[in-house]
Design a binder for this molecule. Structure first.
Ligand SMILES: Cc1cc2nc3c(=O)[nH]c(=O)nc-3n(C[C@H](O)[C@H](O)[C@H](O)COP(=O)(O)OP(=O)(O)OC[C@H]3O[C@@H](n4cnc5c(N)ncnc54)[C@H](O)[C@@H]3O)c2cc1C
Length: 342
């Protein structure tokens, strides 16, 4: 376990904002979590766990300790005729795991290609894209509980997954560390999901048949054409969640905006497009100093250069206020605010 004093987390977060952490602990193996917990400057002064850093907006300073999840590995636990059970360590790159699964002809996560971040964080906000969510393949989560010092196995059902949420965002928030995630993937009879977004049209356009690798390739092409690469333009993907409203609120909105896009959810709720609301409020492509909303995807907050986390949040709050004024809808951040007052 390596420790750095006054570490700048700029290279560890996808917004590329500067943040000086009093102490940064690099947890290289799973057992380093126990060492960190016992270290007098470790868990007793704990402020933040950081993994891939692609879903956080950091304030300029963290007075305390940050633990960085760095252990990785993929292990096949059990193999059956039709499916396989795989354990993946928390610090493993999500996209590398997806590609590994496709190379082994294991299905279920191909639509989630190219999502940045690590495997251990995938259950936290139940990452999703193109009609598929991590919850569809997660069997269970291994979790180290800070309070009890015990490692627990939390079943899919007990993770209480929902749209961009899980128990790790509610009652288990900041309560422990996800050590690894178990996935159940298909070995044959794959359930290809090509209905969402432009996947089907893209497959047709290139004359590709439905397969795990072709779906992944198409998803990668679509994502690259739409979303800014954080290595070139600081961002954390969708900054706000798509708001979910009741049918009555949709009807009120439809009177004034008959073309408002909406997606019916299974529980009689309606998901609206946050990007559409932001665009109609006039914020798509707008910026102030180095903070802005992306010109192709209005839901993505971007750092054009040297914004601080606080400046980005101030800008995002202006967008949020305007959307609320125009549509009476409150946008909630999908990204985790760290040492920034919400
Ligand atoms: C360009 C771009 C596109 C994106 N597209 C999508 C998308 O399509 N769908 C989607 O769902 N998301 C998307 N995201 C968001 C992001 O990639 C995911 O939320 C990802 O799972 C975050 O992983 P991370 O390892 O980077 O998390 P981090 O940002 O490192 O951490 C996120 C939170 O989890 C906590 N945490 C970190 N590790 C652990 C652990 N082991 N145990 C417990 N808590 C922990 C942190 O303290 C923090 O609060 C996108 C982001 C970017 C930059």
């Amino acid at each position: 376990m390596r420790i750095t004093e006054n570490a700048n987390l700029k290279e560890y977060n996808s917004f590329g904002t500067s943040c000086i952490a009093q102490r940064l602990f690099h947890l290289k193996k799973e057992t380093d979590v126990h060492e960190y917990q016992k270290h007098p400057d470790g868990y007793p002064k704990h402020k933040l766990l950081i993994s891939g850093g692609s879903n956080i907006l950091l304030g300029s300073q963290i007075k305390g300790s940050v633990a960085k999840i760095e252990w990785d590995g993929i292990f096949i636990l059990e193999e059956y005729e039709n499916h396989v059970l795989i354990q993946v360590s928390a610090g493993h790159s999500w996209h590398d795991f997806v590609i590994w699964a496709i190379d082994h002809e294991f299905g279920g996560i191909e639509n989630l290609s190219l999502i940045p971040g690590h495997v251990g964080t995938a259950p936290i906000q139940n990452i999703g894209a193109y009609g598929v969510e991590a919850k569809d393949s997660i069997e269970s989560v291994r979790y180290f509980n800070w309070n009890t010092g015990e490692t627990e196995k939390i079943s899919n059902k007990d993770c209480k997954f929902g749209y961009r949420t899980s128990i790790f965002k509610t009652i288990r928030r900041n309560n422990g560390v996800i050590l690894s995630v178990n996935f159940q993937l298909t070995k044959n009879n794959h359930n290809y999901n090509t209905e969402y977004g432009a996947i089907r049209e893209e497959l047709k356009k290139y004359g590709l048949k439905k397969s795990l690798s072709n779906i992944s390739k198409v998803v990668i092409t679509i994502r690259n054409s739409k979303l800014p690469n954080p290595k070139l333009l600081g961002n954390a993907g969708s900054f706000f969640k798509n708001p979910v409203v009741g049918i009555d609120q949709l009807k009120i909105l439809q009177k004034e905006y008959p073309k408002i896009p909406f997606y019916k959810q299974s529980n009689n709720q309606i998901k609206l497009s946050g990007a559409w609301l932001i665009e109609k409020s006039g914020w798509k492509g707008k910026s102030h100093k180095d903070a802005g909303m992306h010109n192709k995807q209005a839901l993505v907050l971007v750092n054009h250069g040297n914004s601080t986390g606080e400046e980005l949040w101030e800008f995002a709050k202006r967008v949020k206020r305007n959307v609320q004024k125009k549509f009476q809808i409150k946008l909630e951040p999908e990204v985790n605010l760290i040492e920034i007052e919400a």
